[in-house]
Design a protein. Structure first.
Length: 118
């Protein structure tokens, strides 16, 4: 089992920045990829960004150029730097992880609220 704990959410004005962090513990040696998903009220959970243990990244089109995902394998953490935030970025953000050869993300954090509003 893998446990994920997010931190860093909150309220920010449009155009502002926030940095989310996620710490992993447990059977972390089995983890291949980590990432961030989000779910806005009334919408389905969607991918934001992912990163493999070799550093390969993937971003949703809506956040490209504004968000940056990074990973510290030594500290077992993954972070999401969010710049130029928009009201439509408001959502609960979830940290996720999966093992190699597993097709879907299987471990999830409890979620953290990000609100972009003036």
């Amino acid at each position: 089992q893998v446990q994920l704990v997010e931190s860093g959410g909150g309220l920010v004005q449009p155009g502002g920045s926030l940095r989310l962090s996620c710490g992993a513990s447990g059977s972390i040696s089995s983890i291949n990829a980590m990432g961030w998903y989000r779910q806005a009220p009334g919408k389905q959970r969607e991918l934001v960004a992912t990163i493999t243990n070799t550093g390969r990244t993937n971003y949703a089109d809506s956040v490209k150029g504004r968000f940056t995902i990074s990973r510290d394998n030594a500290k077992n953490t993954v972070s999401l730097q969010m710049n130029s935030l928009k009201p439509e970025d408001t959502a609960v953000y979830y940290c996720a992880a999966k093992r190699i050869l597993v097709p879907s993300y299987e471990y999830w954090g409890q979620g953290i609220q990000v609100t972009v509003s003036s």
